[in-house]
Design a binder for this molecule. Structure first.
Ligand code: NAD
Ligand code: UD1
Length: 339
C-alpha cells in the first residue's frame, strides 16, 4: 500500500478521495490551507473510515513547508486538488488564480522533484477542450482557449506537465479531465460546501430545496438541446474519487503524461436535473428562466472509453443516485460544515 500526499484534501473532491484511499488501505497525508474548506471534513473522513490520516495545514506555494512534508513522510505519489475554482471570481482576481493554480502547481512539482517523487495525478477539467468540438468529447480532440481565467490555469498546468514529462522521463503524470462532479458520500457526512452564492447548478438546487435560496435561475431556455436548457455530464463524486485510485494504479508502472476524461458519457439537461431531483427526493424546486450565462456552451459530455479501457474505471452511480446523495448531504447539513 502506498503513502499518498493529497493537496487540497479537505475540499469537496479531495475529502471523498481521502475516504476511498483510506478504504483501500493507503496512507494519506493532506496539505490544505483551508482557504475553501473546513478541517471538519477531515474529522468526518476519519470517522467514516475508522482510519486516521495526517493533516498539515499550509499552502502549496510554501516550498519550505512542502520540503518538510516530503522529508517527514515517505511519499510515493501525489494527488493534486489544491487550487481555486470559481469561474466568475477568476475574471475579477486573475492574479490570485494564476498564483494559486499555476505558481502553486509549479511549487508542488519542484518540491516533488527535489524529493524524488515523480508520480502525480492532476485535477483538470473538461473546460480545456476547444468549444468548437462536438460532444462526446474525446481526449484526442483539440484543446482550446478557455473563456475564463480559471479554465486557462487548467490548460496551462496541463501543458506544463506534458512538457515536463517529455523533458524528464522519470515523471508519470495523469491528467484527469473532470466533467461535472456532483453528489456526496452516501452517509451524508461529507459533501460540497461552497462559500457564498453557489456558481454551480447542483449546490444551487440543494440550497433552494433546503430553503437557503428562493429559486433557481435556469440560464437559457433556447439552446439547441432536448428541451432548450444546457446539457452536461454529471458524475458522482464517489465515482470520480475512485477514478483517482485507478489513475494511481495505472501510473505505478508507466512513464509520461496522459489525459483521461472522467464522466459518465451521458448528458442531462438542467430541466432534467431539476425534474429528477424533485421526483427522487419529493421536494419542489422553484425556478425561473433567465438569460444565458456568459461562457456557457449548449452541450458538453464525455467520451469516457479511454478511462474505461485503460484505467479499468467504471462509473457506478446514476443521475438519480447523485441527486439523492446531494440532497441527503444538504438536508443533514443545511449550513454545510458550519452547522
Ligand atoms: P474545493 O475548493 O472544494 O477544494 C480545493 C481545496 O484546495 C480546498 O480545500 C482549498 O482550501 C485548497 N486550496 C486552495 N488553494 C490552496 C493552496 N494554495 N494551498 C493549499 N491548499 C489550497 O474544490 P473541489 O471541487 O474539490 O476541486 C478540487 C480540484 O478539482 C480543483 O483543482 C478544481 O479546480 C478541480 N475541478 C473541480 C471541478 C468541480 O466542479 N468541482 C471540476 C473540474 C476540476
Ligand atoms: C462550470 C464552469 C467550468 C468549471 C465547472 C466546475 C462556467 C462557464 N463553466 O461548468 O469552467 O470547470 O463549472 O466548476 O462557469 N446552471 C443554471 N443555473 C445555475 C447554475 C448553472 O441554469 O444557477 C446551468 C448552466 O448554465 C449549465 C449547467 O447548469 O448549463 C451546469 O452549470 P455548472 O454547474 O455551473 O457547470 P458548468 O457550466 O458545466
Amino acid at each position: 500500500m502506498a503513502k499518498i500526499l493529497v493537496t487540497g484534501g479537505a475540499g469537496y473532491i479531495g475529502s471523498h478521495t481521502c475516504v476511498e484511499l483510506l478504504n483501500a488501505n493507503h496512507s494519506v497525508v493532506v496539505v490544505d490551507n483551508l482557504s475553501n474548506s473546513s478541517e471538519e471534513a477531515l474529522f468526518r473522513v476519519q470517522q467514516l473510515t475508522g482510519k486516521s490520516l495526517d493533516f498539515v495545514q499550509g499552502d502549496i506555494r510554501d516550498s519550505t513547508l512542502l520540503d518538510q512534508v516530503f522529508a517527514q513522510y515517505s511519499i510515493d505519489a501525489v494527488i493534486h486538488f489544491a487550487g481555486l475554482k470559481a469561474v466568475g471570481e477568476s475574471q475579477q482576481i486573475p492574479l490570485a488564480y494564476f498564483d494559486n493554480n499555476i505558481a502553486g502547481s509549479i511549487s508542488l512539482v519542484k518540491a516533488m522533484e527535489r524529493a524524488g517523487v515523480f508520480k502525480l495525478v492532476f485535477s483538470s477539467s473538461a473546460t480545456v477542450y476547444d468549444e468548437a468540438n462536438t460532444s462526446p468529447l474525446n481526449e484526442d480532440m483539440p484543446t482550446g482557449m478557455p473563456s475564463n481565467n480559471y479554465g486557462y490555469t487548467k490548460l496551462i498546468v496541463e501543458q506544463m506537465l506534458e512538457k515536463l514529462a517529455i523533458a524528464d522521463t522519470r515523471w508519470s503524470i495523469a491528467l484527469l479531465r473532470y466533467f461535472n462532479p456532483v453528489g456526496a458520500h452516501q452517509s451524508g457526512q461529507i459533501g460540497e460546501d461552497p462559500q457564498g452564492i453557489p456558481n454551480n447548478l447542483m449546490p444551487y438546487v440543494t440550497q433552494v430545496a433546503v430553503g437557503r435560496r428562493q429559486k433557481l435561475s435556469i440560464f437559457g431556455d433556447d439552446y439547441d438541446t432536448i428541451d432548450g436548457t444546457g446539457v452536461r455530464d454529471y458524475i458522482h463524486v464517489v465515482d470520480l474519487a475512485n477514478a483517482h485510485l485507478c489513475a494511481l494504479n495505472n501510473r505505478l508502472n508507466a512513464v509520461g503524461c496522459r489525459a483521461w476524461n472522467i464522466g459518465t458519457g451521458n448528458g442531462s439537461s438542467v430541466l432534467q436535473v431539476k425534474d429528477t431531483f424533485e421526483q427522487v427526493n419529493g421536494v419542489a424546486i422553484a425556478f425561473e428562466f433567465a438569460p444565458r450565462r456568459l461562457g456557457d456552451v449548449a452541450t458538453s459530455f464525455a467520451d469516457n472509453q479511454r478511462a474505461l479501457d485503460e484505467l479499468g474505471w467504471v462509473p457506478r452511480y446514476t443521475l438519480e443516485d447523485m441527486l439523492k446523495d446531494s440532497w441527503n448531504w444538504q438536508k443533514q447539513n443545511p449550513q454545510g460544515y458550519s452547522n
